[in-house]
Design a protein around this ligand. Structure first.
Ligand code: NAD
Length: 305
């Protein structure tokens, strides 16, 4: 019988599926790196989220290891090269968090344009500042989507229903049918930045998008515009963003991801129209259940192949 070690907290549904399929499952969501290195030799597969690192050392100690499941999107915590060398299959569920991130982005847009966090804070300080929070509707505004993949397209669908105009930038040409369906115009990054009232980033991390948005790019944006980042922290040069907001080059930002997590750039905390969340894009019960279910399904297929 194949033995599977689940190293991080995943939705119960994933564990139940593995047990129902006859796998022997050990659930140790707080296992340390040293403990994992000791026990990995007894398992055919491991399932992780982002806490556990499956390093070359772990892979080399896993003499029985045939598959690694990452219940989520990024594979940054798995040494893919080492896994490939040993013929170990790596599976994940990149689509599982899409809807949750889309909804967070829409929430950010509403919250930014209606001073929602500032209004909430002032109410809790005993103030009633009704006339200080004259906001704007999203209807009729231009949304610039940078990276028109799963999440970018999902945001476009909802934003279009709200009545926003959508422009998008991507390194690949956007399919004509999708453009028509979503009423999207593909633009250069500079044109998108110049035209948009909201810019939302949905590119992958890595060298090709590192500091894609720096001061030079932020200066192209309107002084009334906002930028939202739920992709990867280093897509925006954070010091430049702080400078741009302090100097009213743009109006504000909402950030779910940071160059260093938790963020070390304390200046971010003092900016008025900046909303910060601790990388919660995929932190919903639904997304976590889907991540567990899809990853486990793919892991079982990999083990049976
Ligand atoms: P995706 O792969 O479906 O889409 C990415 C898109 O970006 C693709 O269309 C690709 O062509 C485009 N792209 C790649 N390089 C580019 C570049 N240099 N310039 C412009 N476009 C480029 O990815 P996705 O599932 O939509 O995820 C988007 C981002 O969201 C990723 O960075 C992912 O890690 C992040 N994410 C964050 C959370 C969170 O919790 N905040 C959750 C899920 C995903």
């Amino acid at each position: 019988m194949s033995r599977i070690l689940v190293c991080d907290p995943i939705d119960d549904e994933g564990i139940r599926m593995l047990k129902d399929a006859g796998f022997e499952v050990d659930y140790n969501p707080s296992i340390t790196a040293a403990e994992l290195k000791q026990v990995i030799k007894d398992y055919d597969a491991v399932v992780v989220r982002s806490r556990t690192k499956i390093t070359r050392e772990i892979i080399e100690a896993g003499s029985r290891l045939r598959a690694i499941g990452r219940a989520g999107v990024g594979l940054d915590n798995i040494d893919l090269e080492a896994a490939k060398e040993r013929g170990i299959k790596v599976v994940n569920a990149p689509e599982s968090l899409t809807q949750s991130v889309v909804e967070l982005v829409i929430g950010f847009m509403v919250a930014l344009s209606r001073y929602m966090c500032n209004a909430d804070k002032s109410m809790k300080e005993g103030k009633w500042l009704k006339t200080q929070y004259l906001g704007n509707e999203l209807y009729g505004k231009t949304l610039g989507i940078v990276g028109f993949g799963r999440i970018g397209r999902g945001v476009a669908r909802v934003a279009r229903a709200i009545g926003m105009k959508i422009v998008a930038y991507d390194v690949v040409p956007i399919d004509e049918n999708i453009k028509q369906e979503l009423g999207v115009e593909q633009k250069s990054l500079d044109d998108l930045l110049k035209e948009s009232d909201f810019v939302t980033l949905h590119v992958p991390g890595g060298p090709s998008t590192y500091h894609l948005i720096d001061l030079q790019k932020l200066k192209l944006m309107k002084p009334t515009s906002f930028i939202i980042n739920t992709s990867r922290g280093n897509v925006i040069k954070e010091d430049d963003l702080v400078y741009a907001i302090k100097n009213r080059i743009i109006a504000g930002a909402a950030l779910d991801v940071f160059e260093v997590e938790p963020p070390t750039n304390k200046e971010l905390f003092s900016l008025e129209r900046v909303i910060l969340t601790p990388h919660i894009g995929g932190e919903t019960a639904e997304a976590q259940r889907l991540a567990a279910v899809l990853t486990v399904q793919r892991l079982m297929e990999a083990l049976r192949a």
